[in-house]
Design a protein around this ligand. Structure first.
Ligand SMILES: [Zn+2]
Length: 384
């Protein structure tokens, strides 16, 4: 059995211990100590990483009553080693996890909803509640949660006896009666949890509820806290700064700026669509009716699937055979759009594609694809 230093003091990251066992594994070594500050994972929080005797620890796990550390090199059994838990990984997790307790405690106390799902991700926390909440209610919870941070109240750990437990009121996901570890945020929340938390709420820093969705009859809330909240805020400020520079509007007016830019783009799209139709009319307008085929080649500026479609739709009215619109000329040939009112294109397309090294298909009246052929070859084919 390992003495679990992390259970009593989440702020303890440096410690010394005696190596009890060291066994090779497929990828390294499994080391057991008489005591450890390495959290093996649990309660929604992943295991710690760090170093033991200068050797890297890539993870830890609880095996029976012992914490096993996965190291990159062997350690001498019986030796005293110093352990260092990587603070840059552990501390932000404790900030987010303790923030989760505070928010869950506040929601439970105010609305009676239970936290029924919790995921502590690398970038943010998601938490599920079995009741619905509005944006306004969550804004209020966010204010109250940050009030708990400003009050800088202690976060303590206790191990009540099975006799004491029935008289205590606390949140719990499991019906445990033994080895229950209670995490108390003074004046705010009591919850059964095995993970390390910060010692005082002031260590958490900002608690931000990023957003929520309706989920399984309740809500799923996204939360960031502490270092992750700062990183999130920094990234959002940079994004806002970029948008502000792109639109040449002050940062506080980027929403109006984007709205204006989208409206302008909308107008342009509508104008563009009208111009494409007009261009197709002009391209089709000057040709005399024919009972044979008709081929159009669109220049680079005219090359657009929309123009090709409009043009084919107009030209088909004065063409007895097939209308072929070739456009988007590239190294390997043209894109094509074929249309016909009298010929079922599916019956002739294999022959056309064979003759002009084409690929494509379509419906009886319209087909699309590519010709790997020259302008002259295409003109000659449809002239026959
Ligand atoms: Zn917890």
């Amino acid at each position: 059995m390992t003495e679990k230093l992390y259970e009593k003091d989440g702020s303890l990251l440096s410690f010394s211990a005696t190596v009890l066992a060291c066994e090779p594994t497929e990828t390294g070594y499994a080391v057991t100590l008489d005591r450890t500050a390495f959290f093996p994972g649990g309660g929604g929080q992943a295991c710690d990483v760090g170093t033991l005797g200068g050797v890297s620890v890539s993870g830890a796990a609880l095996v029976g009553d012992a914490v096993v550390h996965y190291t990159g090199a062997p350690l001498v059994v019986g030796a005293t080693v110093s352990g260092e838990v990587d603070r840059s990984v552990r501390f932000p997790r404790m900030q987010c996890h303790t923030a989760e307790h505070i928010v869950s405690g506040l929601i439970h106390a105010r609305y009676g909803y239970d936290n029924v799902g919790f995921h502590l991700g690398e970038d943010e926390v998601t938490m599920d509640f079995n009741g619905e909440l509005t944006r306004e209610q969550l804004d209020e919870i966010e204010d109250l949660a940050n009030g708990v941070v400003y009050a800088d109240v202690p976060v303590t750990v206790s191990f009540p006896s099975p006799e004491e437990l029935p008289n205590l009121s606390y949140r719990s996901k499991l019906d445990l009666t033994e080895n229950v570890r209670l995490v108390t945020v003074e004046g705010c929340d009591v919850c059964a949890c095995c993970a390390p938390h910060v010692s005082k709420t002031g260590e958490i820093g900002l608690i931000r509820l990023l957003g929520f969705i309706r989920y399984k009859g309740g809500v799923r809330i996204r939360l960031v806290a502490g270092e992750k909240a700062l990183a999130d805020y920094r990234a959002r400020c940079r994004a806002a700064q970029t948008v502000s520079e792109l639109l040449s509007v002050p940062q506080e007016k980027i929403a109006e700026g984007v709205t204006r830019a989208l409206a302008a783009s909308d107008t342009l799209s509508q104008n563009n669509a009208a111009l494409r139709r007009r261009l197709a009319e002009l391209l089709a307008g000057s040709v005399a009716p024919t009972e044979g085929n008709r081929v159009f080649f669109l220049s680079e500026v005219e090359s657009d699937p929309d123009v090709a479609r409009h043009l084919a739709a107009i030209a088909i009215k004065t063409t007895g055979g097939i209308v072929a619109v070739c456009y988007g000329e590239g190294e390997r040939g043209f894109r094509y759009l074929l249309a016909s009112e009298k010929t079922d294109l599916r019956t002739v397309l294999p022959e056309i594609n064979r003759a002009l090294s084409g690929r494509g298909g379509g419906k009886p009246g319209m087909a699309e694809g590519t010709f790997a052929a020259s302008r002259e070859e295409i003109e000659r084919f449809f002239a026959d």
